[in-house]
Ligand binder design. Sequence first.
Ligand code: PEP
Ligand code: MG
Length: 309
Amino acid sequence: GVAFLRPAEDVFAQYDENLAARNERRAEYVAQRSEPAITRDGVRIRLDMNAGLLLDMPHLEDSGAEGIGLFRTELQFMVQPEFPDVRTQIEIYSRILDEAGDKPVLFRTLDIGGDKILPYQDGPLEREENPAMGWRAIRVGLDRPALLRTQLRALLYAASGRHLGVMFPMVAEVPELRAARRILDLEIERLARRNVAPPARLEVGIMLEVPALFWQLENLLPLVDFVSIGSNDLIQFLFAADRSSPRLSERYDVMAPGFLRLLRTLVEACGEAGVQVSLCGEMAGRPLDAMALVGVGLRALSVAPSAVG
Ligand code: PEP
Ligand code: MG
């Protein structure tokens, strides 16, 4: 953020104006919250919310979201003083599922590494030049399988007898998904040996963030229940434009025809394969961008709670 020391009158006025506009928009959202998300020509859009902390959970009810389309589990790890053991993780995930009630939650497995090194975690031995494309997410999980295994075990225990959605981030090749799925299956078998009920319904998917995966859909789609498009990362890799660089904001174009064309093809391929597809990047929460997403065929979006209503 920016701090103004002894702000001038016009700065005050500008901020007051911004605040008033924001409150007006919020009031508009609140007034429309109970309206179903249906376009004028009758197309139903599913609206889920993104979350990452227990603190976010009350928004599930007050925003009117249908579920949690992206739960960023690493945020929960970042606020712990040490690596949470399986028991602690079971507790956390159980509370999230308790709070979600009947609404489904898609848990993303840890997206740590790169520039999201936990203070208590071993990082790569040397500083990486491109951490966003470095040792992160599923790459860490597969190279340190105990980590992924513990997390999947905790998720399965927490979701015993209820719905569980698991998605793997930054998958670049189908064999990575197969390897992650194998770890999940081993944990499901372990659960059965201990006579713990499996989830009542298990959905497994991936986040499409690495463009290379787009050319592997034929092999990928038969293996997943859903695809969640992580447009924040996908766009930065498609256009080689750092998502957090203000200088590149003009080049990080969510409306670029090439990107929208890719989305349309992806949505069609998922439709033909009977695989659910949604988009959970920040663009889904901006009204104009969301309209473009609906235009290319998306029917499910997951957005920040404040963008739902
Ligand atoms: C994304 O990349 O679009 C995404 C939702 O994941 P994150 O923003 O956590 O990288
Ligand atoms: Mg991402």
